[in-house]
Design a protein around this ligand. Sequence first.
Ligand code: PEP
Length: 249
Amino acid sequence: MRQKLAAGNWKMNGTADALSELNELTQGYPEAAVDILICSPATLIDRASEAAAGSAVAIGGQDCHAKVNGAHTGDISAEMLRDAGASYVIIGHSERRDDHGETSEMIAAKATAAYDAGLIAVVCCGEHLNTREDGKTLDHIGTQIAESLPDTANADTTVIAYEPVWAIGTGLTPTLEQIAEVHDFIRAELVNRFGEETGNGIRLLYGGSVKPANAAEIFATSNVDGALVGGASLKAADFSAIIDALVAA
Ligand code: PEP
């Protein structure tokens, strides 16, 4: 049985004021039947971790450097995230791949750094619209997964988020059949590479315009173990409705 996960990605949103939303969320979930994660901006991780202490909400980062330390101005290591209170880190979000030219090879190195620091890596993959229109989605996802996951990935250290780039922040979502097709494909690829136990144990999240209104049907879809949620994770009420839909799924 895979433990379900509702993960929020605040992206570059939130100063100290945003902690009131986190406080509302943590008060609502002193414990929960699913895992709950908020990936806050790095500047808030230590305060968010304090606010979430004693609740079911874990705190994560949104990126890390592949090295432990050194001359990398502006970057943050996985060890620093862990030290600030994070237990997860998002790796290879499409906004990192597109805005910062991150390759799948770089993402695999970051995932290894996350494992070394004791963080769970949420490794993202997803196609641009032209790739889907060209009928190459599964080829693209297969390559991203193969290259972005280290050989050491396992079910305790790794979560995969499938996020079609054209669905992120747009209000567009794939059909449930399209989501199932990709998630079933990723599952088969994982079993093929890592074997039955690990391949069936790694959690698969869907991400891209998940809202309270569409969460239940997405969570009822094959091989969807939860969601990575951007915009709708910023408000405790919206994210709570998504968490509740995951609990009920
Ligand atoms: C994301 O940030 O990963 C995301 C899926 O954003 P949104 O839910 O806003 O589409």
